[in-house]
Design a protein around this ligand. Structure first.
Ligand SMILES: [Zn+2]
Length: 405
């Protein structure tokens, strides 16, 4: 029972409607998955969903990053939190290139298609929420505006670009949301409220190079890279399991018989703790500079140059299990007969969590595996539970005062 509504009976028939439309939701998911949306080139999929939202009556805008945005304003007398919207986000992009075939193949209960789960399922749920929030019974009960946002650039080197843009813009116009709900992939149990932060760097060592015999003693960038890798391996041992650091790619040298002019290594640092991430980053930088210095001792006038470039950065952040947003998500999970599970992940929720804005990420029903591979699949069995959980959660956050209690 909430303090602002005599009961939740108004919600029951709406939930029943969506249980009955499971096949429609799945068809929508497949239609979405069939449209390529590589990170940085999401416009075809964005256009399809923009049209879908317009068809059900929303005014839809796109920001300069390419995010698709619809704002649902309260119509009733009850709205009390005018300026602080609830925001729901789902990412448009996939890790797959434009050349990746997007064939849909059925094998038993499994539907195979790259991107069908991540984030075809989350986007299909946004089509449902767009309809749910247009319903007069819902709008009359909204206590705050709700913004639906389809983000670009969530995956890989997209670096949460779309979510970052949206939260930057919201801060500028004074519309920082009261909470953010990210809908990412399938599932009906997990609640992500710990955001794994990461930093991806390329460390490049450069020198003058020379002949391996005639110019022996010329500082060698590959030697520096090797020493740096060995030192990073020891650092990794020291920080596990609270932080991880891995050298993930390496390259160096030009000729079999030449002192190289260049070598580089890529590293991936991760932690749930922003302070540890900062400490580890500082240590890696010191190790890299020392490796360059040590490899230069034979000829200091030809000292190696060490440059660090940032390839990617995802901020860390968290809210505790007792936070009202997490407990609201747990209630919605139990209401559909599932046992909630806390989880940590890297999603669009990293952006608000790192800024102190409460945020969680949840799935939208069904099961899926092999995400980020060409063999990705999705099983729609029981998907109505996860979808209902998402609807219940959004309804609770938008139509009651559960977040300010
Ligand atoms: Zn995803």
């Amino acid at each position: 029972m909430t303090t602002t509504d005599s009961g939740k009976d108004w919600l029951t028939p709406l939930l029943a409607t969506w249980r009955g439309r499971r096949a429609w939701v799945f068809d929508q998911q497949i239609a979405i998955a069939r449209i390529a949306a590589p990170t940085g080139n999401e416009s075809d999929r964005a256009a399809m969903l923009q049209q879908d939202w317009r068809d059900v009556g929303h005014t839809v805008t796109q920001d300069r990053a390419g995010n698709v945005i619809a704002r649902v304003a309260p119509t009733g007398e009850r709205h009390r939190f005018e300026g602080s919207p609830l925001v729901c986000l789902a990412h448009l992009d996939t890790v797959f290139s434009a050349e990746q075939p997007l064939c849909v193949r059925q094998d038993g209960p499994r539907t195979y298609c790259p991107g069908i789960s991540d984030n075809g399922r989350g986007l299909a749920a946004m089509s449902v929420l767009a309809r749910f929030l247009r319903h007069p019974d819902v709008r009359a009960r909204l206590q705050r505006p709700v913004e639906l946002v389809l983000t670009v650039g969530e995956e890989g080197e997209g670096n949460l670009r779309g979510a970052t843009q949206w939260f930057d813009d919201a801060a500028v116009r004074g519309g920082t949301p009261v909470a953010a709900v990210v809908i990412d992939g399938p599932g009906d149990r997990t609640i992500v409220h710990h955001a794994v932060g990461s930093r991806r760097w390329r460390i490049t060592f450069t020198g003058v190079g020379g002949h391996s015999w005639a110019n022996a003693g010329t500082p060698n960038p590959v030697h520096a890279a090797g020493a740096c890798i060995a030192a990073i391996a020891r650092l990794a041992d020291a920080h596990r399991p609270f932080g991880t650091v891995a050298v993930t790619r390496m390259h160096g040298g030009e000729h079999l018989t030449g002192v190289p002019t260049q070598a580089w290594i890529d590293i991936d640092l991760r932690s749930l703790d922003p302070d540890r991430l900062g400490t580890m980053s500082g240590e890696v930088e010191r190790l890299a500079r020392r490796a360059a210095r040590d490899a230069s001792h034979t000829s200091p006038t030809q000292a190696l140059h060490c440059a660090i470039t940032v390839i990617g950065e995802r901020p860390a952040g968290r809210i505790e299990s007792r936070h009202p947003l997490v407990t609201a998500a747990e209630s919605a999970t139990r209401a559909v007969g599932r046992e909630p599970q806390s989880a940590s992940a890297s999603t669009d929720a990293n952006v608000p969590l790192a800024r102190g804005i409460p945020a969680i990420a949840i799935g939208a029903g069904g099961t899926g595996r092999a995400m980020h591979t060409a063999d990705e699949w999705y099983d729609d069995t029981g998907s109505e539970f996860g979808l209902e959980r998402a609807i219940r959660l959004v309804a609770a956050l938008a139509t009651t005062d559960v977040l300010v209690r």
